[in-house]
Write a protein that binds this ligand. Structure first.
Ligand code: ATP
Ligand code: MG
Length: 478
């Protein structure tokens, strides 16, 4: 059952029970009051009749001062006549509860008569057919005789009024419940709107529409829930986007890897086949074997690079403070034999908090790329300076440059802007991917600026000290 209908149903059940019970108690209370009034009226009447009977008995002239049964009957008739129109019936009985006078229609019932005692007025309400009566009984002592005076008054109207009140109350309650149900239905519709919108958004997202967001229509707890849901959806969408991007990169990686493997393997298999199937002269034999060797070497260096990347991905960094000079001297030594281009080094003295071997590998890759992109006689500049956060490195060349659309992709494994140019320089497109992984371990990243035909400038920043030490120094500085 829908939540909306559940609220509606339970509200209606509660209201119907509350209305029903309160109505029942109210109508009954009014009825009891009216009946009490009727009873006290009947008792008052009974007392008045008692006096009337006594007075009438004293006024009747009788022989031997004895009240005859006939005199009692006469009094009864008189009293009856006086009370005509009031709907009151009476019965007078003598000793032994023998009925001396009874109005027409007075009940035959003797129960109350038997229970009448001196100095005690008794009464009861009873039903006869469809009518209700109040029956009273009292002892009247006249002229040494104990007479039993009973009255019977019709109170059917009080009972009828109660039945009418119940009927009217039921009708009113029914109309009230129907009206309330309509109002509550619309109120529930309004209140549960955020839930419906949220459910709709959940269904849309489950169907793959991760960009869909629930509309916030209130500022209460449900509005807060919608906000939180949308915030969660944002995080989910980002995470899914990142995962999709990662899957794409992996697929590209596998495709590129298979392709990069195929090229040298085709050459190796081709030359190996040539060597085993033909008698070649010495020079061709050497050339073929040399191809196999160089392509094999290419494969070997590719597999080492790949291994480096995989190991770096899993590695935990063990950084130490290292003098920046160490890295610039290392680069100068490494490229001292290169006579085609000039390496120009300029740096400020400083400290870098890093794992020296890994940072050397990054700088080596960047300078190697810069040389490969430059022409003969070009200059490659490597510089370093202190920054607010630590120490920055920059490798700048004036070579071929990278087109803008390739800038984002050059750091992906196996990506080469100009494949034939890179391959001719023994490139496999893995160097920058390795740099990115190493810098990721340092919580840093490459910043690449390039213009085609003008050159490329790649820089990154590393901390100068461990984070704890950095905080301490910062505190002392203050
Ligand atoms: P590897 O480093 O594995 O030997 P690689 O140098 O080709 O091979 P990366 O270092 O990853 O691979 O560089 C990827 C590609 O980015 C290069 O093939 C090249 O096309 C481009 N590239 C990188 N650095 C520069 C640069 N300084 N100037 C111009 N193009 C560059
Ligand atoms: Mg490289």
């Amino acid at each position: 059952m829908k939540f909306l209908y559940k609220i509606l149903l339970w509200t209606m059940i509660t209201m119907a029970t509350a209305f029903g019970l309160s109505g029942y108690f109210f109508v009954n209370y009014v009825f009891e009051m009216a009946l009490d009034r009727e009873v006290s009226q009947a008792l008052d009447d009974s007392n008045i009749l008692q006096f009337a009977l006594e007075t009438a008995a004293l006024n009747i002239p009788g022989k031997y001062d004895i009240l005859q049964d006939t005199a009692v009957q006469e009094i009864g008739v008189n009293l009856e006549r006086r009370g005509q129109g009031s709907g009151r019936l009476l019965r007078i009985s003598g000793e032994g509860r023998k009925v001396l006078y009874a109005s027409d229609g007075f009940t035959e019932d003797q129960d109350l008569l038997q229970s009448i005692e001196e100095d005690n007025i008794v009464w009861k309400v009873f039903q006869q057919g469809s009518n209700y009566y109040i029956h009273t009984g009292i002892v009247v002592n006249v002229m040494d005789r104990n007479l039993y005076l009973e009255t019977m008054e019709d109170v059917t109207q009080v009972f009828e009024e109660r039945a009418t009140s119940f009927f009217v109350y039921r009708q009113v309650t029914l109309v009230m419940l129907i009206c309330s149900a309509m109002v509550i239905f619309f109120v529930c519709m309004l209140l549960t709107k955020p839930i419906r919108l949220l459910a709709g958004a959940t269904r849309k997202m489950a169907a793959g529409d991760y960009g869909y967001r629930a509309r916030q229509v209130s500022n209460d707890e449900l509005g807060q829930l919608t906000q939180d849901f949308n915030r969660m959806a944002n995080v989910l969408e980002d995470t899914i986007g990142e995962l999709q991007e990662e899957v794409r990169i992996r697929e590209d990686f596998i495709a590129a890897f298979a392709h990069e493997l195929k090229t040298p393997l085709t050459a190796i298999i081709g030359y190996a086949d040539l060597l085993r199937s033909r008698q070649l002269d010495e020079e061709k034999h050497f050339l073929s074997a040399n191809y196999i060797y160089t392509e094999g070497k290419r494969l070997e260096s590719m597999s080492f690079r790949l291994l480096d990347i995989i190991v770096t991905k899993r590695e935990q960094l063990d950084p130490q403070p290292v003098e920046a000079e160490v890295f610039f001297r290392y680069l100068e030594d490494m490229f001292a034999g290169n006579t085609d281009q000039t390496l120009r080094v300029r740096f400020d003295p400083g400290t870098v908090y890093t794992e020296a071997n890994l940072l050397k590998s990054v700088l080596l890759n960047l300078v190697d790329n810069a040389f490969k992109a430059s022409d003969e006689g070009d200059v490659v500049e490597v510089s370093g300076w202190n920054t607010e956060k630590g120490y920055a490195f920059q490798v700048k060349d004036y070579g071929v440059g990278i087109p803008e659309e390739d800038l984002k992709k050059v750091t992906e494994a196996f990506y080469m802007v100009d494949k034939s140019r890179s391959r001719s320089k023994n490139g496999a497109g893995l160097g920058l991917a390795l740099c990115v992984e190493i810098l990721r371990l340092h919580h840093s990243q490459l910043s690449i600026e390039s213009a085609v035909g003008k050159g490329t400038c790649i820089s990154f920043e590393l901390p100068a000290s461990s984070p704890e030490e950095g905080k301490r120094n910062h505190g002392e500085g203050k």
